[in-house]
Design a protein around this ligand. Structure first.
Ligand SMILES: [Fe+2]
Ligand SMILES: [Fe+2]
Length: 431
């Protein structure tokens, strides 16, 4: 296997790194680029805003489904200052690559290469690939590079880790500059938010060991009741919904997720929890009747007469069970919202009401009464009457079902009755 090595702090990894690796793989004859995050770079001894473990996790999360990109944590395991000569020696011993491995250097670093520890030995044992970095006009080869090298006239992607860190710290636009996996980790762990504070606290605290993030900050952890809903969970559920559903149904789910989120935020609620409920609510639509019954039963509630007659009504309950069992979601508000989105239920919580509304009036749905969308727009603008909107959507739903001579669920009629009476049970969760 012909191997090229791309080292660096990756603080954080960004699209420029991946584009450079992609360029080397595309125009030179290599099978794999190995990304090797430094524990402590000799050139940048301070790595503000993220621990070595954070940086390694971001790199790992950015190479999913990319078999031509490898990651090795040997510099992290070795600890201390990461010298390329030591790393190269280990890589040759471990990987036994075909021919000399290549070392990809930015021309900004290459100009000082002669001063690196055991530079001549590195140049002897590796093929040096010199790539253009941010706005460097030298076209690859530095003017006085004293060793054989292969310049790459790659296009320059004007992104640097320092730029990403700076933008996060200032609240600027940065999310499309980094791979999605890295974005999730930055958001979930709140990296680079308070750089100035971190820098002044203890510049050496992250350099000596690879620290585990506190358990509550680890990505992919099952959601607990009321715990934060992480973007990586949203992405996993959304991928599953997209793979299960027909495109039109998936687009409806996405429209519902967006409107549920927007309404929830307007009402001062958690946007991610709302999006999760919306994106998952129709996953059960892809299931056969037998699966619907089997899943729905596992929520511990009886199957009603109407649900037996029309098993499709169980798709909300089945989706809620899928969320809990397959994705570890235990947030009661989210599970209730998904389970009740088909027929509603007396005393349903505010998130369940929001999802019920969004499902019925999201923008890809045809034949929606315009006045409902206008009322929703008022709620979104912070001026509307949310309980009135919920009641209007329920009444519209009942009218629609009756016009099609379809049986209306007793649960739907019961909640409408309670709303008409102004019963506290129906309003108890309303803001
Ligand atoms: Fe549905
Ligand atoms: Fe739906």
């Amino acid at each position: 296997m012909k191997l090229a090595v791309l080292g660096g702090s990756f603080n954080p990894i960004h699209l420029g790194h991946l584009y450079l690796a992609d360029t080397v793989l595309s125009i030179l004859d290599f099978d794999r680029v190995l990304l090797v995050p430094a524990h402590t770079s000799p050139f940048k001894p301070e790595t503000p805003g993220a621990s070595p473990r954070d940086r390694l996790d971001m790199v790992l999360a950015s190479v999913a489904a990319s078999p031509r990109l490898g990651v090795d944590d040997l510099e992290m395991r070795r600890g201390g200052i990461s010298y390329t000569a030591d790393t190269l020696e280990e890589i040759i011993k471990q990987y036994r690559p075909e021919g000399k491995p290549a070392l990809i250097l930015g021309d900004d670093l290459a100009k000082d290469f002669a001063g690196w520890k055991r530079a001549a030995e590195i140049a002897e044992r590796a093929e040096l690939i010199i790539a253009r970095r941010v706005s460097d006009p030298s076209n690859g080869r530095p003017p006085s590079f004293p060793f054989p090298c292969t310049p790459v006239r790659n296009e320059i992607m004007e992104i640097s880790s320092a730029m990403v860190r700076d933008r996060i710290g200032r609240g600027g636009a940065w999310r499309s500059l980094v791979p999605q996996g890295a974005r999730f980790i930055i958001e979930e762990r709140g990296l680079y938010q308070n750089l100035n504070q971190n820098r002044n606290q203890n510049p050496n605290q992250d350099h000596n060991q690879v620290e585990e993030p506190p358990p509550e900050k680890q990505a992919g952890k099952p959601q607990t009741d009321g715990g934060p809903v992480f973007p990586s969970l949203l992405a996993r559920v959304e991928d599953t919904a997209r793979s299960m559903l027909k495109p039109s149904r998936f687009l409806h789910s996405r429209g519902t997720a967006l409107l549920t989120r927007d309404l929830a935020l307007a009402l001062g609620m958690d946007g991610n929890a709302a999006y999760l409920a919306g994106i998952a609510h129709d996953m059960g639509k892809a299931l056969a009747e037998g699966e619907l019954f089997a899943l729905a039963k596992r929520d511990g509630k009886p199957i009603s007469r109407l649900e037996r007659k029309k098993p499709a009504l169980l798709h909300g309950r089945a989706a809620a069970v899928l969320l809990r069992e397959r994705f570890g979601v235990h947030n009661g508000d989210i599970l209730e919202a998904v389970a009740l989105h088909t027929s509603g239920g007396a005393g349903m919580g505010i998130l369940a009401q929001v999802l019920f509304i969004a499902d019925k009036i999201e923008f890809s749905r045809k034949g929606v009464d315009n006045s409902l969308r206008e009322r929703a727009a008022e709620v979104l603008a912070g001026k509307g009457d949310f309980p009135a909107l919920f009641r209007a959507v329920l009444e519209d739903n009942v009218r629609y079902l009756r016009s099609k001579t379809m049986e209306v669920s007793e649960k739907t009629l019961r909640i409408l009755e309670l709303l008409k009476q102004g019963a506290p049970g129906a309003e108890k969760h309303q803001a």
